[in-house]
Design a protein. Structure first.
Length: 122
C-alpha cells in the first residue's frame, strides 16, 4: 500500500490499515472513497479513521483507537471517510483537506462521538 500505509487485517470486505502519517492516512481514505470508483466498477467504500497509540501483537493491531475507527466506519455513509478529533486536528495544518464537523452520535461505547467528514480541498 502506498502513502506509508500497511494492511493490518482483512475480514470479508473490511480492511484495517495503519499508517504513522496523518496525511498518508487521509490520502488512502480519499482514494478509497473517490467518486470515480463507480466508473471502475468498484463499490462505494466507508472509511472510519482515528489517531492514537495502538498495541501491535503477532501482526494484529489492538486498542481503543481500533475500536473508535470501527465505530466511525459504522457511522460513515458509502463514499464517505470520517475521522476522529485527534486526526482532524492533525490534518488541519496546511489546509490540504476539508473537514466538515458532523453532529455527535451515540454508538456502542461512545455516547457522544464527535466526527468530521474528510474531503479533498477543492
Amino acid at each position: 500500500m502506498s502513502n506509508h500505509g500497511q494492511v493490518a487485517k482483512m475480514v470479508g470486505d473490511e480492511v484495517l490499515f495503519v499508517t504513522d502519517q496523518p496525511g498518508g492516512a487521509a490520502a488512502i481514505a480519499l482514494r478509497l472513497t473517490s467518486p470515480d470508483r463507480d466508473s471502475k466498477g468498484l463499490p462505494a467504500s466507508r472509511v472510519g479513521m482515528a489517531a492514537g497509540r495502538v498495541l501491535t501483537r503477532f501482526g494484529g493491531v489492538y486498542g481503543p483507537v481500533v475500536n473508535l475507527a470501527a465505530r466511525l466506519t459504522s457511522l460513515a455513509r458509502p463514499g464517505t471517510a470520517l475521522v476522529d478529533a485527534e486526526l482532524a486536528a492533525a490534518l488541519r495544518p496546511g489546509g490540504r483537506y476539508r473537514l466538515q464537523h458532523r453532529r455527535p452520535a451515540a454508538v456502542r461505547g461512545y455516547h457522544h462521538l464527535r466526527s468530521w467528514a474528510l474531503r479533498p480541498r477543492e
